[in-house]
Design a protein around this ligand. Structure first.
Ligand code: NAP
Length: 338
């Protein structure tokens, strides 16, 4: 079976390292592996399948011979280098927001709209990987949309510091040691023993960047232009995994809880945890290091015939970033081998 030559840009970051871990864990058919980061990582290496791979800097022709390149080094790097990867014959799977809302590129969560990948066959292009909090939301919404139809969605997020990269994780750990008089650099306020209702910059209407991503990306991935999505995002001092409280107004009235649970339990990539389960409901520490999107605490809104509430939790570095990217690659190459 043909091996696949892989590049990882941002290989020393928390998402990049998760890519390397998952390539091994999922026995991705890696031929050559090229790892890239900034010049501050010059001379470093990362282990893959028992071998040390050096970290290189990005330079013209650095993608030559690669079949796919995973980008997780920020928007600026992706804008500049992802088109170069494609020009040299590789697929580029981009974790930044550079191409997500561009109509020329697909924004893909394989369980939700993976069929879009079929048209690419062996023709390299850029595929955008959605925002982490969007991915787990749409995985949970998809079965409900398919079976009952959705009018609108409201979501409040509880997002971990790993969503802000390695610096975010380090800032929480430092802040916990120095709770008083701490000067934050990554987050707008001290994160230890706190919660911050701002992720990204505010727009004129009062939404922050993360909220805009969830609201716009979800409609594109679910291919429902009239879907109303309203998001309120909050950073909390958990190290990894994001949680979301979600209100979904369905197009079908008077369903019972068993019908909703049975629908969700069949969702691809989704795992239902109900109060009868020993876990009772998913939490961030439970979801960390695991692949599924977990859903629990399902109940109807009070005095409502059509609105359901649920709690959705997933590892933002896995399903929210690297795992979704690798699943895209698995689809591309399985499809192209047919
Ligand atoms: P991170 O831990 O801060 O890692 C950033 C990576 O980018 C590092 O490997 C860094 O290399 C590399 N980098 C920075 N400047 C570079 C340059 N000039 N050339 C090459 N590489 C460079 O951040 P992260 O959380 O992994 O996030 C990376 C990307 O994934 C971002 O676009 C982010 O929006 C996206 N993303 C993150 C998450 C998440 O949950 N964290 C989820 C979805 C998407 P050095 O170590 O050498 O500086």
């Amino acid at each position: 079976m043909k091996k696949i030559n892989v590049g990882v840009v941002g290989a020393t970051g928390v998402v990049g390292e998760t890519f390397i871990e998952l390539l091994q864990e999922r026995n991705f058919r890696v031929g050559d592996l090229k790892l890239f980061a900034s010049d501050s990582s010059a001379g470093m290496s990362r282990k893959f399948a028992g071998r040390d791979y050096p970290i290189s800097m990005l330079e013209p022709s650095c993608f030559k011979g690669l079949d796919i390149v995973f980008f997780s080094a920020g928007e600026g790097i992706s804008k500049k280098w992802a088109p170069q990867a494609v020009a040299s014959g590789a697929f580029a799977v981009d974790n930044s927001s550079a191409f997500r809302m561009d109509d020329n590129f697909d924004l893909v969560v394989p369980e939700v709209n993976g069929d879009l990948l079929e048209k690419h066959h062996q023709k390299p292009t850029i595929i955008a990987n959605p925002n982490c909090s969007t991915i787990q939301l749409v995985v949970a919404l998809k079965p409900l949309q398919e079976k009952f139809g959705i009018h609108d969605v409201r979501v409040a997020s509880y997002q971990s510091v790993s969503g802000a990269g390695r610096d975010g994780m380090n800032e929480l750990l430092e802040n916990l040691k120095e709770p008083k008089g701490f000067s934050p650099k990554v987050f707008p306020k001290a994160i230890a023993f706190n919660s911050i209702p701002q992720i990204g910059e505010f727009d004129e209407q009062g939404f922050c960047g993360e909220e805009q991503k969830i609201m716009f990306e979800s409609k594109k991935i679910l291919r429902q232009k009239d879907l109303k999505v309203s998001a309120f995002t909050v950073r909390i001092p958990s190290l990894n995994s994001h949680a979301e409280a979600v209100w979904v107004r369905l197009k079908t009235n008077d369903l019972n809880k068993a019908q909703i649970e049975s629908c969700l339990s069949l969702g691809q990539g989704l795992k239902l945890i109900d109060l009868k389960d020993p876990e009772k409901y998913p939490t961030q520490s439970f979801a960390s290091g695991k692949d599924p999107v977990y859903v629990g605490r399902i109940h109807a809104e009070l005095d409502s015939r059509d609105t359901w509430m649920m709690w959705v939790v997933a590892d933002n570095l896995r399903k929210g970033a690297a795992l979704n990217g690798i699943q895209i690659a698995e689809r591309i190459f399985d499809i192209s081998m047919k």
